[in-house]
Design a protein around this ligand. Structure first.
Ligand code: ADP
Ligand code: ZN
Ligand code: ZN
Length: 720
């Protein structure tokens, strides 16, 4: 008999332990089983299996529990490798989450522990048999096609020889069998030649290949040729017969990375991101597991693919917020990449024009090997102009597109060059206030002001998606005096541009215009082909785009982000301004960048004007030091949520009183209600993360076992 220990599919803290069942057959760790849990059939994920001579009764007596048998074993082979098992345990530990949630985060939907009933898709294949049979000339032609190919999808043969395929099978000339459906292999594209590295690129390359460190931070402004360095490092790893993982923030926003990798390496590429459907994801997963895919470009979750032998991991735009998973387990992709790099003894390259303060501080302290590429390939940086909004407003000018910006746009349009305008807010008006009581119209499910969307004539909550018509009477005071509008978003910006430049062809890219699948690619494709003169959009257009004909980039409300209270506000603002700068003048033509800002003297703005990361880093580190924020400390955010305000606050207070140690606890902080859920937060801040984790774990084990408490170790955002 076998004793199987497994994790149960529910990611609740109360059952974050293994449960033992008996099983006839031996099962491997990482296999899913169906078991009875409290009278219900649930999926379990096998941790270990022990073969014993005991009878069930003897084992029960020894363990002091009643043992139920495994109902059935769901997989014939393990879904994860021993490496991924260890990685899950590392994640459980470092993110203070349940083991099962870590396994779930790692596996594609089809094979998640919670979805044990979905079978992988199978398809029919044919090959020639040894049977002797007489064939018509046409049948012979089809038969030879199959023989030449060795084997072929039955569907493919049928599409080539509609009636003949079946006849061949009936005659016994072909064998039919099923195989698990495999990813359609990426079409092989002409392989593009690599560049001869420029001097600074070559220096960076030599430094990386000539030293033996685990993690490198490659800091280089946009357009300095980092991607070319990644590609040449990747080539080396592939030549050694190893696999390569290139992580990017968001696939739909980084189409150029995929193009460049596939042009260089062709068919051995797999692409992995959240836009794939479960079957597509599963197929890519198999391709990596079988070693068919040797190079992967993917977003956050691609870091968990079952590679056999990784020779290089690149985390491009390592500072990007999308590398952090919001839900439990709130892991950071960079940490996982570094862990796997260690496991595979391969180098991890973190690349960015604006590294996170944490990473750069580590670079300076030689925790990461810091490698710099100081200049752009085409030398020149864009000319940066700052337009102070307050002065324009004093003169009674528009503060959406100011006069000086209008002039510059007109100039570029006359030259048939392209313009990108960035505004980090969508919709038409950002808020409507009651004329009588001044209260903003708020989302009924969240405490947030709703934005007005002109095209659809509705108010939208950008947090929960609720859309409502403007009410006749104010929900707060009942007045019917109407509402006045404040603030503006991309929709209004587009309108204003349309009025100012009626001839110009406009495109808008934001969450409203890209809700349909593939709309990102469509909009960017049209802009890239020169089918529009001006592209308006939220920060989703700031990333990784490389359009040679764009010579002017404007950031409309450049420093709006500074008004937020988050400790990372300045960093996020600086990143946005720098990224916008990187979009202009990528080719030979001199590019120009315009920042419309309220506070032109702020160091985040000033450093961006100079395109000087070092300057920003020095000022920002002083600010972080003064507030004892990361990277000077570590933080853990605990967020309690629930439908009842009083119990949420009570629980937060109980936790507050339980958690103590050599660190500070801030809170209880009441947060805005979101999606009808009240929320309260505690923040732990201190120098020793392990001590803080242990304190949180202990408190949660005591009071938080069944409760909705989110743990976020090293949170990226704290407001809202
Ligand atoms: P980054 O990744 O730092 O933004 P890229 O690798 O995209 O920089 O390089 C910027 C531009 O310069 C790209 O258009 C790229 O094709 C080109 N480029 C990169 N390296 C070279 C080189 N060694 N010689 C010529 N052009 C290069
Ligand atoms: Zn009112
Ligand atoms: Zn809402």
């Amino acid at each position: 008999m076998n004793l199987v220990q497994c994790w149960i599919e529910h990611p609740v803290r109360a059952i974050d332990q293994v449960f033992t069942y008996t099983c006839e057959s031996e099962t491997e760790p990482g296999v899913r089983v169906e078991v009875d849990f409290n009278g219900r059939p649930v999926i379990g994920f096998v941790e270990s299996c022990e073969t014993t001579d005991e009878t069930a009764a003897e084992a029960e007596a020894r363990l002091g529990v009643t043992l139920k048998p495994v109902i059935r074993v769901l997989d014939s082979e393990s879904l994860i490798t021993p490496e991924l098992h260890d990685l899950a345990m590392y994640m459980r530990d470092t993110t203070v989450s349940t083991a099962i949630s870590c396994f779930q985060a790692m596996l594609p939907g089809k094979v998640k522990p919670q979805s044990g009933r979905t079978e992988a898709v199978r398809e029919k294949w044919v090959s020639v048999s040894d049977a002797e049979c007489s064939l018509t000339p046409k049948q012979l032609e089809a038969f030879l096609k199959v023989r030449e190919a060795g084997e072929m999808r039955y569907s493919e043969l049928r599409s080539m020889y509609p009636n003949i395929a079946r006849a061949l099978v009936q005659k016994g000339a072909l064998n039919v069998y099923e195989k698990e459906k495999e990813a359609v292999s990426t079409v092989s594209v002409p392989v593009s030649a690599k560049f001869t590295l420029k001097e600074e690129q070559q220096k960076a390359m030599d430094e990386i290949t000539g030293t033996d460190d685990a993690v490198y931070l490659l800091h280089g402004v946009t357009g300095s040729g980092k991607t070319e360095v990644y590609l040449q490092l990747a080539e080396k790893a592939l030549q050694e017969g190893r696999q390569v993982l290139i992580l990017v923030p968001e696939i739909s926003l980084t189409p150029q990375m995929i193009t460049r990798v596939s042009e260089r390496f062709g068919a051995e590429l797999a692409i992995y991101h959240s836009g794939l459907n479960p079957q597509e994801k599963y197929e890519q997963y198999r391709k990596v597991k079988n070693g068919l895919a040797r190079i992967v470009v993917g977003t956050r979750s691609a870091v968990f693919l079952p590679f056999r032998d990784i020779g290089l991991i690149v985390v491009d735009e390592e500072h990007d917020g999308s590398y952090k998973q919001e839900n439990q387990p709130a892991y950071h992709c960079r940490d996982i990449a570094i862990w796997r790099g260690k496991y595979h003894h391969c180098k991890v390259i973190l690349g960015s024009a604006t590294p996170s303060l944490e990473s750069y501080a580590r670079g300076i302290r030689n925790v990461y090997h810091l490698v710099e590429i100081p200049h752009r390939i085409n030398e020149g940086l864009p000319a940066v102009t700052v337009i102070p909004l307050k002065e324009c407003m004093k003169k009674g000018q528009s503060y959406i597109v100011t006069e000086p910006l209008k002039e510059k746009i007109a100039d570029r349009l006359a030259k048939h060059e392209q313009v990108i305008l960035l505004l980090n807010r969508r919709g038409y008006h950002s808020m409507l206030r009651c004329r009588s009581c001044q209260e903003p119209l708020r989302c009924p499910h969240c405490d947030l002001a709703m934005s007005y969307h002109h095209a659809e004539k509705v108010m939208k909550c950008h947090t929960c998606g609720t859309a409502l018509r403007i009410p006749k009477a104010c929900p707060s005071c009942g007045s019917t005096a109407g509402f006045s509008a404040f603030g503006f978003g991309t929709e209004r910006l587009e309108n204003e541009l349309h009025e100012a430049f009626p001839q110009a062809r406009l495109l808008r890219m934001d969450a409203d215009t890209t809700s349909r699948k593939n709309m990102h690619q469509e909009i960017l494709g049209r802009f890239g082909r020169g089918e529009a003169d001006i592209l308006v959009g939220t920060q989703m257009i700031a990333k990784g785009l490389d359009y040679p004909n764009v010579t002017l980039v404007g950031v409309i409300n450049g420093d709006e982000g500074l008004a937020r209270t988050d400790f990372r506000s300045c960093e996020v603002t600086f990143d946005l301004l720098m990224q916008a700068g990187g979009r202009s003048g990528r080719a030979e033509r001199q590019g120009e960048v315009v920042y419309q800002v309220y506070d032109p003297d702020h160091y985040a703005v000033q450093a961006a004007v100079r395109q000087d990361y070092g300057m920003f880093f020095r000022y920002e580190m002083q600010f972080r030091h003064a507030g004892m924020y990361p990277p000077y400390t570590y933080m853990i955010a605990l967020t309690v949520s629930g439908r009842k305000e009083a119990s949420v606050n009570d629980l937060a207070l109980t936790l507050r009183n339980m958690i103590s140690g050599d660190f500070t606890v801030i809170g209880v902080i009441s947060l805005l209600k979101i999606r009808d859920s009240f929320r309260a937060r505690l923040i732990l801040k201190g120098k020793n993360l392990d001590v803080m984790r242990a304190a949180v774990r202990e408190a949660l084990n005591t009071v938080g076992r069944g409760k909705d408490i989110r743990v976020d170790v090293n949170p990226m955002v704290l407001d809202g």
